[in-house]
Ligand binder design. Structure first.
Ligand code: SD4
Length: 291
């Protein structure tokens, strides 16, 4: 049974995984595949947690976080990027065209504009309305599983076992101005090691950062765990922390290894992974801890 190539992504994003698989099958690299796949969701205005149409921070700013990592261990990231919807492509440019790994805010935007990206208002009418409604009570509480479509983290393994990954988000809705999550942090929201596999995260970023979740999953796979076992252990590190009330927040992890085996696990129900493998592109409901 053919298991390579394979593309996996967080949540229900079949269009994005189809795009990535298409890139792989037409001879593109795993890096091209994850970038092109993520761009589908960044351009989708209906998705209120990625790219254009993302929900703003509590002051009304839409700020994007993204990162990308290739099979050679190169990586690039942008944080607090305003007005440029394809944050994942800017992250790739940071990786390929600068001596740095991460650019933030004004500097990231300036670099994007100089690289030919177009500025546009990312706050859509629908997101503006949602924010105005939120302001009436202005209670900050991340809601678990807002919808089945959220931050996108994507991993692709080409037919030769070459792995790349990307992660892109507008972060948590109504976050404090200036807040950065896990999604652009290499090792937290995403990690790829071409010897072993890759992992990516969605959910309450603060908790992913505290446990360096994606790096942890890749290291567990290096020690012999399957992607599924590694995701479960990484969720275990979060839910078993003393005094942590995991009942109030969601985290979902997905992982793939070099052979094309995949896994996913979350704290609560309703997390899902989209997987394109062996001619089938489908959403898989994730098993979860809190039963
Ligand atoms: C963050 N992990 O900024 C992101 C948000 C997210 O589904 O995944 N939302 O913390």
């Amino acid at each position: 049974k053919t298991v390579l190539p394979v593309v996996v992504a967080t949540w229900h994003v079949e269009e994005a995984t189809a795009k990535a698989m298409d890139v792989l099958q037409s001879g593109g690299t795993a890096l091209d595949a994850v970038e092109q796949g993520c761009k589908i969701e960044e351009a989708n205005e209906k998705g209120q947690s990625v790219g254009k149409g993302g929900l703003p921070d509590r002051e009304g700013n839409v700020t994007l976080d993204a990162c990308i990592m290739d099979d050679k261990g190169n990586c690039g990231a942008v944080v607090y990027l305003k007005d440029i919807k394809h944050a994942v492509s800017v992250a790739r440019k940071v990786m390929e065209d600068t001596p740095h790994v991460m650019l933030a805010g004004e500097g990231a935007k300036q670099f994007a504009l100089e690289s030919g990206f177009e500025a546009e208002d990312l706050l859509t009418e629908a997101s503006k309305k949602a924010w105005e409604k939120w302001k009436i009570e202005a209670k900050y509480k991340p809601i678990i599983n807002i919808e089945n479509h959220d931050t996108i983290g994507m991993l692709a393994v080409d037919k030769n076992g070459t792995i790349s990954g990307a992660c892109t988000t507008s972060g948590l809705a109504y976050k404090m101005n200036g807040r950065i999550g896990d999604s652009p942090i290499i090792g937290s929201g995403l990690f790829v090691d071409n010897e072993v596999g890759g992992a990516t995260a969605t959910g309450l970023g603060e908790e992913v950062v505290k446990t360096v979740g994606s790096f942890l999953i890749v290291e567990l796979m290096r020690q012999g765990k399957t992607p599924q076992e590694a995701c479960e252990e990484a969720i275990g590190r979060i839910v078993n922390k003393p005094g942590k009330d995991y009942k109030d927040f969601q985290i979902g992890y997905i992982a793939v290894n070099k052979k094309g085996e995949t896994g996913c696990y979350s704290i609560h129900q309703y997390f899902s992974m989209t997987k394109y493998q062996d001619g089938e592109n489908k959403q898989i409901q994730s098993d979860f801890f809190n039963k």
